[in-house]
Design a protein around this ligand. Structure first.
Ligand SMILES: [Zn+2]
Length: 215
């Protein structure tokens, strides 16, 4: 039985509603730089690093700057447009590079996102799909939550007939420490609406997301 003529299945929405994806509507900023630098200095000292060495004098400040940058995304205008041409095929932006910080170790995970949707009444500028990835990447994250947040944002702002998000990333907390398996990629996906429920659309999305010319 085909679901392709149905509107977005309500089960997709219901399931989305159960997934917590708290949205930040403002960039995160360190609220107390003095305290942050003091804490960085104490952390380094506790790790047996001599912060009185003149080469390290500015390191606590640079640590705070670096984390602040990694945790701050550029605000962007999430304007959508009417789908005047009634375009009804998948829109997919593939291999959007991103980096994020794993919330368990504060080490980076680095990879690419493939983000697609099946338009309904509205479309969105293609560059905005990369902005949405960055919005959720610049945070302490787990890859699974980031994937569902990107899909949830698109669902909420575009109300498309379907959404598909695939993330591929290398987690430095796994490849530099712990089990130390360099090059290991972690894949996560979030599929909603017809991208999940219609077999042809799902296969098309996954084939397009997989077809990376860099191999
Ligand atoms: Zn980790």
């Amino acid at each position: 039985m085909s679901h392709s003529n149905r509107p977005v299945p309500s089960s997709g929405h219901d399931r989305m509603a159960l997934v917590p994806f708290p949205q930040r509507d403002h960039p995160r900023r360190p609220s107390d730089r003095v305290a942050a630098e003091r804490a960085a200095r104490e952390l380094l000292t506790a790790l047996d690093i001599d912060v009185t060495d003149e080469n390290l004098a500015e390191t606590p400040r640079r640590m705070v700057d670096a984390y602040a940058e990694l945790l701050t995304s550029e605000p962007f205008d999430a304007t959508t447009f009417p789908n005047d041409g009634a375009y009804d095929e998948l829109v997919l932006v593939r291999s959007i590079p991103f980096h994020s910080l794993c919330e368990h170790h504060l080490l980076p995970f680095i990879g690419v996102a493939h983000v697609g949707y099946l338009p309904g009444e509205r479309i969105i500028g293609l560059s905005k799909l990369a902005r949405v990835v960055e919005l959720f990447a610049r945070d302490l994250q787990v890859q699974e939550r980031m994937t569902s947040q990107i899909a949830g944002w698109l669902q909420e702002h575009l109300d498309p007939k379907g959404v598909g998000v695939v993330l591929e990333a290398e987690h430095l907390c796994m490849t530099l420490r712990g089990v130390q398996k360099p090059g290991t990629q972690t894949l996560t996906s979030a599929l909603h609406g017809l991208v999940r429920d219609d077999a042809r659309t799902r296969q098309e999305f996954l084939a397009l997301a997989r077809d990376d010319p860099r191999g």
